[in-house]
Design a protein around this ligand. Structure first.
Ligand code: FES
Ligand code: FES
Length: 199
């Protein structure tokens, strides 16, 4: 064995031991932070106003807070669901200025001065929106986890005019996944509601 190889091996072993020792050092925890530091962190961020379901809602959020978290955790509008939290499932779909968006993919601070509609704002008083009524009539949900997002997406899909056939509805609703596979009944519900909303 060469001397150089042995020296290299010792260096690597020493480095590994140093890393292992570092890993034992506890990371600072939130609990260890002084109370006034934690309070200051909670108070940080911008004060913003969101217009949700026709109401102005004032809240303080850090810039990194998604619209989804602002709606659910700050405004208590938990009808909008969090599925994947990365734009893949559509559970968090809401309308912004009439267009469907995945609220986990946008920041609350970017949506000021917009009209935001969540599932809570869809019915007209006690009267359900035609899409909500059709979902119930057509038995278009099982666990209901995807349902608010499906309904919001369906409302936009109908307004966009993408309901010419079952295939077209499937294509334009394909951003909304249903782990219960209630797809056939969802398509029927969208067809029903589209027919009613055209009348
Ligand atoms: S939670 Fe937003 S797309 Fe899944
Ligand atoms: S009804 Fe369960 S995920 Fe769609």
């Amino acid at each position: 064995m060469s001397t150089a190889w042995e020296a290299n091996r010792r260096t690597v072993l020493k480095a590994a031991a140093a890393s292992a020792a570092l890993a034992q050092v506890p990371a600072p925890t939130a609990a260890a932070a002084p109370a006034d530091t934690r309070a200051a962190a909670a108070e940080s961020g911008a004060e913003i106003v969101l217009r949700v379901n026709g109401e102005q809602r004032r809240l303080r959020v850090e810039n990194r807070v998604t619209l989804l978290d602002a709606l659910r955790e700050r405004l208590g509008l938990t009808g909008t669901k969090k599925g994947c939290d990365r734009g893949e499932c559509g559970a968090c779909t809401v309308l912004v200025d009439g267009e469907r968006i995945k609220s986990c993919l946008t920041l609350a601070v970017m949506r000021q001065n917009c009209e935001i509609t969540t599932i809570e704002g869809l019915a007209d008083g006690d009267r359900l929106h035609p899409v909500q009524a059709a979902f119930i009539r057509r038995d278009a949900f099982q666990c209901g986890g995807c349902t608010p997002g499906q309904i919001m997406s369906a409302v936009a899909c109908i307004h966009e005019g993408h309901t010419g056939s079952a295939e077209e509805i499937r294509e334009w609703m394909s951003g909304n996944l249903c782990r219960c596979a209630a797809y056939a009944n969802i398509v029927h519900a969208v067809q029903d509601a589209a027919g009613e909303m055209r009348r």
